[in-house]
Design a protein around this ligand. Sequence first.
Ligand SMILES: Nc1ncnc2c1ncn2[C@@H]1O[C@H](COP(=O)(O)OP(=O)(O)OP(=O)(O)O)[C@@H](O)[C@H]1O
Length: 652
Amino acid sequence: MLEQGTISIHTENIFPIIKKSLYSDHEIFLRELVSNAVDAIEKVKMVSRAGEYNSEIGEPEIAITVDKEQKTLAIADNGIGMTAEEVKKYINQVAFSSAEEFVKKYEGKSDRAIIGHFGLGFYSSFMVAQQVEIDTLSYKEGSSAVRWTCDGSPEFRLEDSSRTQRGTTITLTLQEEELEYLEPARIRQLIKTYCDFLPVPIKLEGEVINRQKAPWRESPSSLTKEDYLEFYRYLYPFQDEPLLWVHLNTDYPFILNGILYFPKLVPDVDVTKGQIKLFCNQVFVSEHCEEIIPKFLLPMRGVIDSTDIPLNVSRSALQTDRTVRKIADYIARKVGDRLKELYRDNRQEYISSWQDIGTFVKFGALNDEKFKKQIEDIIIYRTTYEAKTETPAVEVQSQEGDAWQDVSAAPSLPYTTIKEYLERNKERHENRVFYCTNEATQATYIELHKQQGLEVLFMDSFIDTHFISFLEQEYANVKFSRVDSELDESLLEKDKAGEIVDPKTNKTRSELIKELFEQAINKPKVNIRTEALKSDNPQGSPPAIVLLPEFLRRMRDMSAMMQQQTAQFPEEHILLVNTTHPLIQNLVSLSEGGILQGDSKSPSAELANLICHHVYDLALMAQKGFDAEGMTAFVERSNQVLTRLTERAASS
Ligand SMILES: Nc1ncnc2c1ncn2[C@@H]1O[C@H](COP(=O)(O)OP(=O)(O)OP(=O)(O)O)[C@@H](O)[C@H]1O
């Protein structure tokens, strides 16, 4: 026996407190002991390099063994080892004084709020062990091996050991309620979780169980695209390939390494939960780093590793920590830089990823002023504009709905920035942006604009509703109108239906049409307007369209959002009847007899009435589809119209 003594701590009974205060996280003892073993191996390499140790250092290795009979778990390393003096100093004094400090700091506080419990160190082994033994031999010439034992009370024993190999073995005799740590599968799982990327082979049952390579610690220039993809697959198996990635690598004014990936977004992803793994010196700390990553980048995946993130503080303290704020800014800036670089160097790839990254970028612009400034010029929108190139533009959205491949194959890509849009259309409609939010339901309107050479932007992602309001603030003098809200003058022709057709009443054709529809539809909230839509082929343009003024629509959307309902189609809307369409012209002739004779019950007038309804139904259908009731009425009326028409055809 070399010595028997009392550990110099001031708090009586530190161990029950350690056990209690860290109750939920017992498993991290293994992370702490393996980290110490890795440190010990690094240290022996350092002294060897410095010429202070001339023997072979051998292949670094950490071996974990379990003995179910003895109920022991041992972690052995071939690192620097400790002399008796060092054991006394580092274990009895250093380790336990920091234990005491930790306990004092967190006594009575909920440990759940603390992100990492990092640096708990050696004494965390007492969370699971009833006795801890250190068997160690220092690298120092002439030193003899020692064994230190402690049963969880402040008393320890220090004696000679028969050990001949340099290094340290920590043997824990587990407490009865901690015997799960005798299961190799449990140990393997813990090593995979916490120590997978530590740069020393960790052996269990003769097999190396950790990956060791931590790509984020390597220089970006030494990694290939496949290396990044392989690492992503390793971290997130069975997931789609990521779109692009950012390698973070700085050591001033803080140390930060990491690789962040933009994943392909899946609809059910919870964007409020971070998926980035936090490491400290390659040791896993936490699955969540919501406090460190800017909110808008939370859906990113990957790894960040920094020794400058305080880990033994509460989550709220972390949020306000100055270094953490700086790190968040740095990450946002790096992500912005990477996006700009891609926009500049590989527009095609940028565009193909836009469907997914666009959401991040817009969310970022909405939330972070600095980020907005950085990326505002690279926010793009799909457009109906087709650049005149030799090869024809390829449709973006394929029938199968897989926009990706088609875009990447497209020689000229129908995407634009708002600035480019405004510049291109300055002559035709200055400070005016036409957009659509749903390609399918607004197809008629998009087509109308397209035919007249008016460019329409697709603002159809879920974030765009908010983003449009944001754009309106950014471009205060620009008016944003959805294609179905009102029609630009340039889409209309001077109304040819302005000439008087009824000598008795002095009514114009246009007025007659309006009257006809008003009588037929008989809904005071539907405002009927007659216009002549410009078209090279009147048959091809719609006979009527429903318009929803921008202001009205937004009010409706907003109140629906506040009541958390889906917006109902408002009763108040405009039915624009296209006076140039042959159907509408026929309708006037058809009804003329009835109106002129003041006999609204004549078969012609009745048919005209039915057809007005039908035209209105079709216009509504193009805008919103029908509910069950509307659908039934529509089918009934269609059948009636067809019956009447066939009757007429048969009798003539
Ligand atoms: N396996 C080991 N080999 C050699 N020395 C060790 C080993 N384990 C612990 N030590 C020594 O004991 C000291 C105290 O360890 P402890 O884990 O409590 O704290 P730490 O590693 O210094 O810091 P941290 O609190 O961040 O873990 C270490 O600094 C080291 O000098």
